[in-house]
Write a protein that binds this ligand. Structure first.
Ligand SMILES: Cc1cc2nc3c(=O)[nH]c(=O)nc-3n(C[C@H](O)[C@H](O)[C@H](O)COP(=O)(O)OP(=O)(O)OC[C@H]3O[C@@H](n4cnc5c(N)ncnc54)[C@H](O)[C@@H]3O)c2cc1C
Length: 513
């Protein structure tokens, strides 16, 4: 390697671009690598993406990002899971929590014991045994405890203002040595023989050279798709939603520590509580409803005054068949988008950055690094795809075409197998890598109405009356510990107050609730 630093150029300054810039500048040795980010204020960013997953906290911790400062800067709230309303059938509701069901390591999966009591006639929900669900439904929050107590069995994520998050990270990244170049890319120079990208040519005449390029140009996918021609894998036959109408409203009502997603006739709508406003939006399939009707349905469903008009976003569910091609890696929307139902997009950016850092080139791009990165990202995308399809496919709604179509569609074999295993005896395939482990699958299987035909024979080892007593005690303990927790708004105000006032200490902790 020469003495010249290896120049990394990031195209795009949305969430993906600034997350990559912050991480690369923080983790790569400065004497060997330089990081430059090109973005265009005239084009702007997509500016939606307000709900995250618990992995985001690991990302912040790894990069020494101050949580309280980040939350204050992005008007963030805490998130313990997602409340799915009307998904299995109209009138149903279940929470996909960030946590396990039951008390932790129990040998036999906890839900097998629960199933045993249900088959013996007890009418209680698996949710009664999830600390995260109980806290979410009670609108309470505090940080999970260490150790093995019941209030250590959950984790948390954030809701935040997506445009404020990119702006916040920009400040962090620039302070850590990232050079930002303003301007619109007009052309891209490639090596004649290798086809590798050599430089971005801006409308202003500026030229930005590099050895390695990170495409964070959003849906445009300017480098990976536009220049390197990597094809698109279309997954819309399984994930038919292809439009969104986001709209912010004033904040009112109690500050919930969860996202709410409500199924609609041709898609679903979200509700995300932030400190200063509520994020809402309707994600729908243009095959089943037109934009005007969707807009009407969305507006009719909102109780709070609008802060702006809904704006239409178009997308397609799918991904580029490779995220790394030659000397370019795509992150974020330029590499794919699986629709926002389980808030997986920012996670995909984060995990791609982690894999990239682990496999980072030191000079000439080695195809073995490329293949390994692409293998890992295939796994990530496929697992998320199956989990998302599950929500649509396992439904018993009969009130509209979309839901009938989804129930009847053929699903990937990998998903079919998971469904059948669970249907048989509640068995859930677990895996070390990739998003969504057994507790997540469990909550969606049961929440969408799939009850296993049998429980595991090991659950019969203990007399059912003893099992019921244990579960009764556990349920009471969860209720008692949750009652001791502060309200989400109170906790947030206290946390924020400790680090300066936030929104007048959240309207004086929601006028003392
Ligand atoms: C309706 C909807 C809801 C979503 N909700 C969630 C959610 O709850 N949770 C979640 O994790 N994700 C969510 N997402 C996804 C999330 O918004 C994105 O993954 C995230 O914002 C990253 O976007 P990005 O940085 O890839 O693209 P963008 O924000 O679009 O940024 C693209 C950047 O490229 C620059 N650029 C483009 N072309 C040029 C050019 N020619 N020259 C110079 N610069 C250029 C732009 O200026 C911009 O800076 C949602 C997405 C949608 C559509």
């Amino acid at each position: 390697m020469s003495n010249q630093p290896f120049r990394v150029v990031i195209l795009g300054g949305g969430t993906a671009g600034w997350m990559a810039a912050t991480a690369l500048a923080s983790m790569l040795p400065r004497q060997r690598y330089s990081v430059t980010l090109v973005e265009s204020e005239a084009i702007g960013i997509v500016g939606v993406g307000e709900a995250t997953l618990p992995q985001m906290k690991n990302f912040n911790d790894l990069l020494a990002i101050d949580e309280a400062e980040m939350m204050r800067s992005t008007r963030a709230t805490f998130k313990l899971g997602i409340d799915f309303v009307d998904w299995g059938f109209v009138g149903s509701s279940y929470v996909h929590p960030f946590g396990i069901h039951g008390p932790g390591a129990t040998g036999l999966a906890f839900h097998q014991r629960w199933l045993r009591t249900v088959s013996a006639g007890r009418d209680w929900s698996i949710e009664d045994f999830s600390f995260a669900v109980a806290a979410a439904r009670a609108n309470r929050f505090e940080f999970p405890r260490d150790g093995t107590a019941i209030n250590s069995t959950y984790s948390y994520a954030y809701h935040f203002d997506a445009s404020l998050y990119a702006a916040y990270l920009r400040g962090v990244a620039e302070a850590r040595g990232v050079t930002r170049v303003e301007g619109k890319v007009r052309d891209v120079e490639q090596g004649e023989m290798s086809g590798e990208i050599r430089a971005l040519l801006l409308e202003s005449g500026i030229r930005v050279d590099g050895e390695f390029f990170v495409d964070c140009s959003g849906f445009r996918s300017l480098l990976l798709s536009g220049k390197l021609g990597v094809e698109w894998d279309d997954w819309s036959r399984w994930l038919p939603c292809d439009r969104a109408l986001p709209v912010p409203t004033e904040r009112c009502g109690e500050l919930t520590p969860y996202t709410r997603v409500t199924a609609m006739k041709a898609g679903w709508r979200w509700r995300i509580p932030l400190q200063h406003r509520t994020g809402n939006g309707y994600v729908f399939s243009s095959r089943f409803i037109d934009e005007e009707k969707a807009r009407e349905e969305l507006l009719a469903s909102l109780d709070e005054p609008l802060l702006a008009e809904p704006r239409l976003l178009k997308f397609e569910a799918g991904r580029r068949v490779r995220s790394w091609e030659r000397n370019c890696v795509a992150l974020g929307l330029s590499s794919g988008f699986l629709e926002p139902l389980e808030s997986t997009s920012i996670y995909l950016v984060q995990i791609a950055i982690m894999h990239l850092v682990e496999l980072f080139p030191t000079g000439k791009i080695d195809p073995r690094l490329v293949a390994e990165f692409n293998r890992r990202m295939d796994l990530e995308y496929d697992r998320i795809r199956d989990f998302l399809i599950l929500h649509y496919h396992l439904n018993s709604r009969d009130d509209s075409e979309l839901w009938r179509y989804c129930r009847g569609m053929d699903v990937p074999q990998s998903l079919e197998q998971k469904i059948e295993l669970f249907r048989h005896s509640g068995y859930i395939e677990d895996y070390r890598y990739g998003l969504f482990n057994a507790p997540s699958w469990l909550s969606v299987f049961l929440g969408q109405g799939l009850t296993p035909e049998h429980h595991h024979p090991l659950a019969d080892a203990v007399p059912v009356a003893r099992l019921e007593n244990e579960l009764d005690r556990l349920r009471t303990e969860i209720e008692d510990r949750v009652d001791e927790m502060p309200k989400h708004a109170t906790f947030l105000a206290r946390y924020a107050e400790a680090h300066e006032a936030t929104e007048a200490a959240l309207h004086k902790a929601e006028a003392r609730l």
